[in-house]
Structure formats: C-alpha cells, structure tokens
Design a protein around this ligand. Structure first.
Ligand SMILES: [Zn+2]
Length: 388
C-alpha cells in the first residue's frame, strides 16, 4: 500500500521516497514507491506529472491502493529518490476540480438532479447532469457558483464514520464501499471525492460556463475555472477587439456589425446575379440561329448561374449547351441536352479530365481538372461552338 502524501498536503510539491519496484513496460518503466505526492488518475481528475530521481513521470495510476508511476527511464530498486510534481499543472487541476464541485453542488441543489459525468480535458472541463437545465437559468447558476468564490468559502475534507455518513446528504456518482472521503465547499457543495482541492474557494478565481447542450436527455456543460477561464476570456476579448477594429465598432457590438455585413453581402450578390443574368441574355442573343452545340466559359459563375445560362442557350434552339467556370484548381460545369443523353460527356471526360459528376439524361453537372485549351479542343472535336 503506497502512502498517499497528496492527501496529507495538496500543496506540497517535493518529497523523497524509496523505490520498491521498477519493471520495464513497452518503451517505459513502471515504478512503485513507498510513498508519493503524485496524484493518480481518478475521480475525473487526470494524473500528476513531474520528475522522479531525475527521470520524467509520464502517467500515474492506482490499483488496490498501490500507486504506479510510468517513467521514461528506469530507477534503481532500493534507492532513495527525490520527486517533484508539476505544480502549475496540479494547481490548474485543483482550481478546475474545485470549481466543478461548486457548480455541480449549486445545480444539483436547485434541480435535485445528479452529476452523472465529469471529464477534465486538456482544454475544457465537461459535466453531465441528468436534467434539462433551462438556458435562462445559466447566468443565475454561474453567479451563484461564483458567490462561493466571493465569499471565499472554506473547503473541508473529512472521513466520516458509517453512522455519520448515513446521516449526511452528499453527492456521489456510485455506491461507495470502505472509507468515504467527503469534500465540502461551505454550504455550496458536499460530495464524495478522491481528488485534490484548494483550501479556500477564493483560489478557484472564477467559474465560467462556456456552453450548454442537450445530452442524453440531460445537459452537458462546458466550463472553465481559474487561470484557464482567464486565458479563455483574454483570447476571446482579443478576438472581439480585433474584429471590432476591423468593423469600426466597439467590441461588444461586433455581432450586429457582422449581421449588417452579411445583409450587405447578400444584397451585392443579388445585384451581381442580376448583372450576370442580363449579360447572359445579351450573349445568348449573339449566338447564331441553328447552332446545335455550344460551350461557354465564364468567370465566377455558381451552379445556379451556369444552369440558367445553359438553359437560356437551350431555349435559343441549341440541342446541347455546356457552361464551365473556374472552381478550385479546375472547372465546375453544367451540361444540358434537349435530345441526346448528356451523361456520355461525363463518362468521356473521366479519363482526360478526371471528371467527377453525373445527373439525369437532360442535365448533368460536375467538376473537371485540366487546361482550358484542352477542354476547348475536346468539345470542338465533338462539334461544339466554344465561346468565352
Ligand atoms: Zn471531485
């Protein structure tokens, strides 16, 4: 049984211990000590990292009260080694884990629901609640949770007897056996947990709900606490300030400015389409009567434009009309036929122009790659008049 120093003092960063076991495992080593400050992955909290006797600790796990450290190099069995945990990482996990307790406590008290999932990712913390949280409640929940921080509520850890535990109202994800560790944050939360926590809620800094979505009939919340929340705010603040500068509006008016910009873009697109279609009409009039097959190359045409123009040419009496327009590193096209099956062209263009596409006998569309002059030659050979 490894002595768990992280439960004696969650703020200690250095320790000495004796190496009891060191076995090779794939490319790494598995090290067991008589005691450790390295928190093993558990209760939703990721493992500590750091160094042990000068070698790197990459992961830590616990099974049957034995803590096993995964290291990148071996350590001598029997040696006395000095260990140091990565404090920045641990404190970040303590801030976020403690913040999660507070928010879960506030939510579960309000709705009488349970926290049924907890994950501390590299970027985001997620919690799953088995109830639908109304969106309009989120600001209140967030403020109530932050109130614990403003009040600097103390975090207590105790190991109650079976009788005390039976009388206690606490949150737990599963039926617990053996000694239960109870963590409470003032009156805000009381929960069975094996993780490391801050001593005072003030150290959490802040609790921010980033998003809420329906999840398995309940709600999944993304949240950030402490320094992570500050970094997230800084990033988003910088982005909206930059966007505000580009749009010449204050940062908190960016959404309205973007809406206006999109409306303006739609208007311009409509005006452009009108001009393009007017031009198609003039162009179609210039095509000589009796032209059976015609191909037109146009710049900046979307599939609606191409279909409209091909149709216009068809109405002039042509039997086959194709419109091509540059797209990506090749061309997009629409080909309409009033008599024969147009799909023979998509088949014939497969080999020389890597044609991808298809459709119905009277209308095919797709994409090709290749030089304009080769495509031109291909269609001219098939009796097409090629226009630009
Ligand atoms: Zn916990």
């Amino acid at each position: 049984m490894t002595e768990k120093l992280y439960y004696l003092d969650a703020y200690a960063t250095k320790f000495t211990a004796k190496v009891l076991e060191c076995t090779e495992d794939k490319k790494n080593w598995k090290v067991v000590l008589d005691r450790t400050l390295f928190y093993p992955e558990g209760g939703g909290q990721p493992a500590d990292m750091g160094t042990l006797g000068g070698v790197k600790v990459l992961d830590v796990h616990e099974k049957d009260d034995i803590v096993t450290h995964t290291t990148d190099k071996p350590l001598e069995v029997g040696a006395e080694v000095e260990g140091e945990i990565d404090w920045e990482r641990r404190f970040d996990l303590m801030q976020n884990h403690s913040g999660e307790h507070i928010l879960s406590g506030v939510i579960c008290a309000k709705y009488g629901c349970d926290n049924v999932g907890f994950h501390m990712g590299k970027e985001m913390i997620t919690i799953d609640l088995n109830t639908k949280i109304p969106e309009e409640d989120l600001p209140w929940l967030e403020e109530k949770a932050n109130e614990a921080i403003w009040n600097n509520a103390p975090v207590g850890i105790r190991y109650p007897s079976k009788e005390e535990l039976d009388a206690l109202d606490y949150r737990s994800k599963k039926e617990l056996e053996g000694q239960v560790r109870i963590v409470n944050v003032g009156e805000y939360d009381c929960c069975a947990c094996c993780g490391t926590h801050v001593k005072l809620a003030g150290e959490v800094g802040q609790i921010k709900i980033i998003s809420a979505q329906n999840y398995k009939g309940g709600t999944r919340l993304e949240l950030l606490c402490g320094k992570r929340a500050l970094q997230d705010f800084r990033k988003k603040n910088d982005v909206s300030a930059e966007a505000g500068k580009l749009l010449s509006v204050p940062a908190d008016k960016v959404d309205g400015a973007v809406k206006n910009l999109l409306a303006e873009r739609d208007e311009l697109n409509q005006a452009l389409t009108q001009l393009k279609w007017k031009y198609f009409g003039l162009k179609a009039e210039q095509v000589a009567e009796g032209t059976e097959n015609i191909l037109f190359f146009g710049e900046g045409l979307n599939s609606k434009d191409m279909t409209h123009f091909a149709d216009l040419l068809l109405k002039k009496g042509a039997k086959r009309t194709a419109v091509f327009s540059p797209s990506g590193d090749g061309f997009a096209f629409v080909l309409l036929s009033s008599e024969k099956d147009g799909r023979e062209f998509t088949d014939a263009m497969k080999e020389p122009f890597a044609c991808k596409g298809g459709g119905k006998p009277d209308a095919v569309q797709g994409r090709v790659t290749g030089d304009k002059k080769d495509i031109k030659a291909f269609f001219e050979e098939k009796g097409f008049l090629v226009e630009e």
